[in-house]
Design a protein around this ligand. Structure first.
Ligand code: GLU
Length: 272
C-alpha cells in the first residue's frame, strides 16, 4: 500500500529526543537530515506542517544549565530562549534547500474558540498556499494551565492535523513504533505494524512502553492516534533516529506502526 499516494497535506511531528543529543544540545546532523527529507517531500508536491519540540532542551543547553529546571517559570523562560534558537536553525537549513519557514506557537484555548481557531486555520492555509512550511510548537512561554496547555506535542500535533485537515500525521519518535511488550525489557517484543482499532487492550500494551527523552510516552501517542483516527486521519509512529527513513514512506513502503483510519470520517470533520 502506498500510504502517501493520496496525501496532499501531512503533519510531521518530531520530538525532543530526535532533535537533541543526550547532552540536551541540538543534534545538528539529524536536524539537517530531517530538513533535507522534508524539503524533498515538499518538492514532490506534498504540503508539510512540522510540529517541532526541542525548545526547552535547546534553551537549557544554551544557558548551560545541564538539567531541565523544575519550576514552571524557569522552564517557560528556557522555552523562549530555545524556541528562537530552534527557529534560527530551521530557517537556515530550510533556506539552504530553497524553502521558507513560518513559526506558529499554539495554545489549547485558541483551538477551542471558534473565531480564533478559524483565524489560525486561515493562517495555515495562507502559508501553505504560499508554499511555506509552518513550524508549530506549543507556546510554552505563556501556557501554564489546563486551559492553555495541550500536555505535550503528541497531542498538539494531533490537533494540528485535525485543524489543518491533514491527510496523515507522522509521529517521529525514538522508538520504532508500538510493540506488543516493552522492547527495553523484552528482547522478543514484536513491533505492531498495523493498528485497525485503538481499544483498551492496546492501551494496556502501551502502558509499559515509553520513550527515553521528551514528554510523550506511548499512551500520549495512542491518545494522539485516537484524536486523528476519529476524524478519518491515519497516523504513523516511526523512529526519527534516521530521518531519511521518511523516504521509505515517500517511495511507497511501510515502516513503524500505522494507525488506520476510516477515511469516510474525514468528510464529517466539522472542524472548519
Ligand atoms: N514544547 C516542548 C518543547 O519544545 C516539548 C513538549 C513535548 O515534547 O511534548 O520543548
Amino acid at each position: 500500500m502506498a500510504y502517501l499516494r493520496d496525501c496532499h497535506r501531512i503533519v510531521v511531528k518530531v520530538g525532543t529526543s530526535t532533535l537533541t543529543h543526550a547532552t540536551g544540545h541540538l543534534n545538528l546532523r539529524r536536524i539537517q537530515s530531517l530538513v533535507k527529507v522534508i524539503s524533498d517531500m515538499k518538492n514532490s508536491g506534498i504540503e508539510i506542517v512540522l510540529v517541532s519540540s526541542g525548545a526547552v532542551s535547546a534553551g537549557v543547553a544554551k544557558m548551560g544549565y545541564g538539567h531541565i529546571p523544575s519550576t514552571p517559570e524557569e522552564k517557560q523562560a528556557m522555552s523562549s530562549i530555545g524556541q528562537s534558537e530552534l527557529m534560527k536553525l530551521y530557517d537556515k537549513f530550510f533556506s539552504d534547500y530553497g524553502h521558507t519557514v513560518a513559526q506558529i506557537l499554539m495554545t489549547k484555548d485558541v483551538l477551542e474558540n471558534p473565531i480564533r481557531r478559524s483565524a489560525a486555520q486561515n493562517t495555515f492555509n495562507r502559508l501553505l498556499a504560499m508554499h511555506c512550511i509552518p513550524i508549530v510548537n506549543e507556546n510554552d512561554a505563556i501556557s501554564t494551565d489546563e486551559l492553555t496547555k495541550f500536555g505535550g506535542n503528541d497531542i498538539l500535533s494531533a490537533y494540528i492535523a485535525k485543524v489543518t485537515h491533514a491527510d496523515l500525521l507522522i509521529n517521529m519518535s525514538d522508538v520504532d513504533g508500538l510493540y506488543d511488550s516493552d522492547p527495553r525489557k523484552n528482547p522478543n517484543a514484536q513491533l505492531i505494524t498495523k493498528v485497525e482499532k485503538i481499544d483498551d487492550e492496546l492501551y494496556k500494551i502501551a502502558g509499559g512502553a515509553g520513550t527515553d527523552r521528551g514528554t510523550g510516552g506511548m499512551i500520549a501517542k495512542l491518545n494522539a492516534a485516537k484524536i486523528v483516527n476519529d476524524c478519518g486521519i491515519p497516523m504513523f509512529i516511526i523512529n526519527g533516529q534516521d530521518p531519511e527513513i521518511l523516504y521509505v514512506l515517500l517511495d511507497g513502503g511501510h515502516i513503524g506502526t500505522y494507525f488506520k483510519a476510516d477515511k469516510s470520517l474525514k468528510e464529517k470533520n466539522t472542524d472548519e
